[in-house]
Design a protein around this ligand. Structure first.
Ligand code: ZN
Length: 203
């Protein structure tokens, strides 16, 4: 399986990092070795002093597809969760400055904690999903999918032009504002609505 990630999909987050608001989705990938299941420890890697959490809604693909039209995108997923796109912000800044790819800063082992998936109803409005995350019990990120620049179905249409989507592939749909540094000892807990789906222990 593969993990497809969307960058700068919320205006407030693009602005907090002084990035331009994109005209089409910003896409990057993580390998399957980046996956970290809920309740597992995340070890801060030795090559960074500044790992940031990015809380994101995640969609799991349930059907193989290529060139999927937006109006049919809903047939390709039936559950969602939350995940964290851990980012070595210091390393990413160096790579961006040199115009190099981001993988070392974004796709390292354990950089993609993933929560428990919950089914979605066939007629569920995907553009009104509240999600949030606490750090040590304190709210640090909250968003709603209505604020996405590119909706989930638009992302599926765009991404499947380039990559065949396969069963089990995950799409991390971008973070709202409020990204920040994690420290050893932090406990991150992420929710859709009031349902806790993900816990990550930072070690
Ligand atoms: Zn992200």
């Amino acid at each position: 399986m593969k993990i497809i990630c969307i960058g700068r999909n919320y205006v407030d987050h693009a602005k907090e990092l002084n990035n331009p608001v994109p005209k089409e989705p910003v896409v990057f990938m993580k390998p399957d070795s980046a996956i970290l299941q809920t309740n597992k420890p995340f070890f801060i890697p030795s090559f960074t002093q500044d790992v940031h959490h990015e809380l994101e809604v995640v969609v799991k693909i349930t059907k193989v597809g290529k060139h999927i039209q937006k109006k049919f995108a809903r047939k390709y997923y039936n559950s969602i969760s939350v995940g964290i796109d851990f980012t070595a912000r210091d390393l990413q800044a160096q790579l961006k400055e040199k115009g190099l790819p981001w993988e070392k800063a974004k796709a390292f082992d354990g950089s993609a904690p993933i929560g428990k998936f919950i089914p979605i109803k066939e007629n569920q409005i995907m553009e009104n999903i509240d999600f949030s995350m606490t750090k040590n019990g304190k709210l640090i990120q909250a968003g709603n999918t209505k604020d996405m620049l590119f909706s989930i179905d638009t992302l599926i249409e765009h991404v499947s032009k380039y990559f065949t989507l396969k069963i089990g592939d995950l799409i991390y749909t971008g973070t709202p504002a409020g990204v920040g540094k994690v420290e050893i000892g932090d406990v991150l807990e992420a929710y859709i609505g009031s349902k806790k789906l993900l816990t990550t222990f930072v070690k």
